[in-house]
Design a protein around this ligand. Sequence first.
Ligand code: ZN
Ligand code: ZN
Length: 243
Amino acid sequence: MNEKALAAALRLLFERELKRAPEKPFGQGSQCLSLPRFRPAVVEQWTETERAHVASCPDYCQRMLALSWREDHPPLAHLKRYVQAEYPYPAAMRFHLEHDGCRRCRLVVELLLLKAVEWLAGAVAVIYGEGLLQQRAAAFAEPRAPVYLRQTSEDGKLIVTVVETDPPEHELKVYVEAPGCGEAGGRVKVTVAGEGERLEQELELEKTEFGWEAEASFGKFEEAASRLGEDWVVVAVFREPEG
Ligand SMILES: [Zn+2]
Ligand SMILES: [Zn+2]
């Protein structure tokens, strides 16, 4: 999306919000950031002054930040800091999680909370499998491509791939690769979590000619998908060997 289109979209969302909550007016102050500053890539480049201002401006700037996440969810690093109670823009995150009720970010926050200690240390890769069942419903009308999702952790040390295998097995499989793994190997904890279901497996990495790898099956694809529901996440966490 280009800058102009994003600015227009944000303005529209913002005006809609104003209408929805007229009892609580919020206005743009002279210090407030211009709309293009809320582009996801730009947010990571905010100056010290901009960051300090947004931290002190829950009503306008944090609201705008939250609205920008309707296009693109907040990066994992933001969710992590929020869970650690170190996030400088908590009003924005609350707006996204509670007002907007983003189910996939809520799932990630829930998992982050459960694993708070591990998450701080190891490489983490997260995949969002939003709308999988919608895709399946659409498949009655036309053939669809099998599910194939791939994500690398922020530090590049862990790659997770979610695959729907071919019939007749037709399984939900998770592959992990750990390019950052040392000679001692390690383990990867894989969690597949949906609305009402959480499936977990701990995998021992094995050295192959390609590097350190492991794979896990989460059963028949149809069954797993219906148990997980529409919004689900796959989280892989690397653990050093114990000792
Ligand atoms: Zn502001
Ligand atoms: Zn979200």
